[in-house]
Design a protein around this ligand. Structure first.
Ligand code: ATP
Ligand code: MG
Length: 564
């Protein structure tokens, strides 16, 4: 597997493009990203977007955004709009090169008539079931349909009446006349047009026949002057058909189809059908649930476009399918946020601390560094007072070995403040649980003070109780408990691997007051806790944060373990 420290993985498509420019085969490259508007984009699409737009941009070429909207029943304007927003968010611009396969319906129809006229297409009136039976198998050739020998005139006439909406769905189809015995099943007279009495989100009721993807795609590419038509590996077996259409039609050019491996990530699923199912069955809360690999989900989780682009660049482009560790994607967002997220203090599971020798009613402003990675980020003040909160985990009445945090009789440093010493605890009389920790502080240990450099083993984050803001924090774990969600017992499906603990919602968290009014989408590092992003839910009042990723770089650990 590629590691983030080695140079980026190869990109064989870049090499093809560079060669085509060097030999003069093309003077300018034109690529396209062709989503079907039947779902939201996910991180796999991001790989394709970065590849298509990135490749063109790097060679002063252009990229078209083309909606492959040939299936009226599953597509909608909502998806068209959300896909555009997501591509823009990722940082790519198609300028005025926005196209729709449906925009070519008229021309696709004329090209189909051309195929009929040259004896290369015919109207078949077998039922879908009969067509399937005639198709043969991988080991047996198919059989010709009895309608294969219809005359050109009859085919043209039937096709025109199909278009006019005179037949019910399924009564006829238009098929290419290629070879029913071809070893490649895609060449056994594939379907070009189906009758479908359905309204299309752009063309309305105009069309009663709709072209198939296999037919519409190569022609759309040719009409637009695409030079390199990049698609995923499942289309490799369709390439002879792609070429057949372009060889047998009077099209302006013949783009080259190049296939690459889909992106698969561990602990998640990427197919639109499955994403739809997860949303529909309530395993997650909508398309932008921060646990999903959709771009909307990743964005809400706190991922940046820069991190996703760097990840895509790093993984490169392969010719064989594989699966990338989720930890690698997490590594890239951590790297990015480490550079630019402001550090703040937030206590997720608060435990009250009273500094007995600090005067009641007093408060002071201490100076804290906003981002040690970025000197320009400056400093801010955080208020200190007699009553504070620390994490419950940072105190143990009876400490385990090597516990360097707060414990009776021991000292710790409070980040940007003083060294404190635990002098006692207050317990809930009924449960025996520690509800308050009593401490004393050493005024000499303040930053800049005479004892500022005194060494203690632990440094804790904290907030002042009187000044802190309430917050809700959502912690996320993998959506699937297994790296491969399809690793299931016989007879079960991938949903049995859905992680029941993928979301932990903490209420009653306390965050430092500098976060007042933090805008939705802002990203921070909560010291010692990870990177967090303000959720849109905060608009209601209480601040809500999503943890993007924990601090620990599990990728670094994976790498280290591999080297050992
Ligand atoms: P799904 O299988 O999730 O339904 P799709 O391939 O049907 O996806 P499209 O809208 O047709 O989705 O995809 C648009 C483009 O994105 C296509 O060129 C497709 O090859 C590419 N793409 C889709 N999924 C991935 C992926 N996981 N990795 C890389 N490219 C992808
Ligand atoms: Mg598709």
């Amino acid at each position: 597997m590629a590691s983030p420290n080695s140079s980026a993985a190869g990109n064989f498509i870049r090499e093809i493009v560079e060669q085509d420019l060097a030999t003069g085969k093309h003077s300018r490259i034109v690529t396209r990203f062709p989503p079907e508007p039947n779902g939201y984009l996910h991180i796999g699409h991001a790989k394709s977007i970065c590849l298509n737009f990135g490749l063109a941009a790097a060679h002063r070429g252009v990229t078209h955004l083309r909606f492959d909207d040939t299936n009226p029943s599953t597509e909608s304007v909502e998806y068209v709009e959300s896909i555009q927003a997501d591509v823009r968010w990722l940082g790519f611009d198609w300028g005025d090169r926005l196209f729709y396969a449906s925009g070519y319906f008229e021309r696709l129809y004329e090209y189909a008539r051309q195929l009929i006229t040259t004896g290369k297409a015919y109207v078949d009136s077998l039922s879908a079931e009969e067509i399937r039976k005639h198709r043969g198998t991988l080991t047996e050739p198919g059989r010709d349909s009895p309608h294969r020998t219809r005359s050109v005139e009859e085919n043209l006439d039937l096709f025109a009446h199909m278009k006019a909406g005179e037949f019910p769905d399924g009564a006829h189809v238009l098929r290419a006349k290629i070879d029913m015995a071809a070893p490649n099943i895609n060449l056994r007279d594939p379907t070009l047009y189906r009758i479908r009495h359905a309204a299309h989100h752009r063309t309305g009721e105009t069309w009663r026949i709709y072209p198939t993807y296999d037919y519409a795609h190569p022609i759309s590419d040719a009409i637009e002057g695409i030079t390199h038509s990049i698609c995923t590996l499942e289309f490799e077996d369709h390439r002879p058909l792609y070429d057949w259409f372009l060889d047998n039609l009077d099209v302006p050019c013949h783009p080259r189809q190049i296939e690459f491996a889909r992106l698969n990530l561990t602990h998640t699923v990427m197919s639109k059908r499955r994403l739809l199912e997860l949303v529909g069955k309530g395993h997650v809360h909508g398309w932008d649930d921060p646990r999903l690999p959709t771009l909307k989900g990743l964005r809400r989780r706190g991922y940046t476009p820069e991190a996703i682009r760097a990840f895509c660049e790093h993984i490169g482009v392969q010719k064989r399918d594989g699966t990338i560790e989720m930890a690698l994607l997490e590594h890239f967002i951590r790297e990015d946020l480490n550079r630019r997220a402001l550090r703040v203090m937030a206590v997720l599971r608060p435990l009250k601390v009273v500094i007995e020798n600090y005067p009641e009613g007093q408060a002071e402003d201490l100076s804290a560094v906003n981002n040690p990675e970025d000197p320009e980020a400056g400093t801010r003040t955080v208020p200190f007072s007699r009553v504070l909160y620390i994490e419950q985990d940072d105190f143990r009445e009876v400490p385990p070995p090597k516990f360097f945090r707060l414990t009776p009789g021991k000292e710790v440093r409070l980040r940007y403040a003083y060294i404190i010493k635990c002098t006692g605890v207050v317990k809930d009389e009924r449960t025996g649980e520690v509800v308050e920790v009593r401490c004393s502080y050493d005024p000499e240990t303040k930053s800049g003070g005479p004892q500022a450099g005194r060494k203690v083993k632990g440094t804790l984050h904290w907030v002042s109780a009187a000044h802190a803001l309430d917050a809700e924090v959502r912690l996320y774990d993998h959506l699937f408990v297994k790296a491969d969600p399809d690793d299931v017992p016989e007879g079960q499906d991938y949903t049995v691997n859905v992680n029941p603990n993928s979301l932990e919602r903490l209420t009653g968290c306390k965050v430092e007051p500098s976060l007042a009014g933090a805008a939705s989408g802002n990203r921070y590092q909560f010291e010692r806790q990870g990177y967090f992003c303000v959720d849109a839910d905060s608009a209601g009042g209480t601040l809500a944060f999503n943890r993007t990723v924990a601090l620990r770089d599990s990728w670094a650990k994976v790498e280290k373990a591999q080297q050992e």
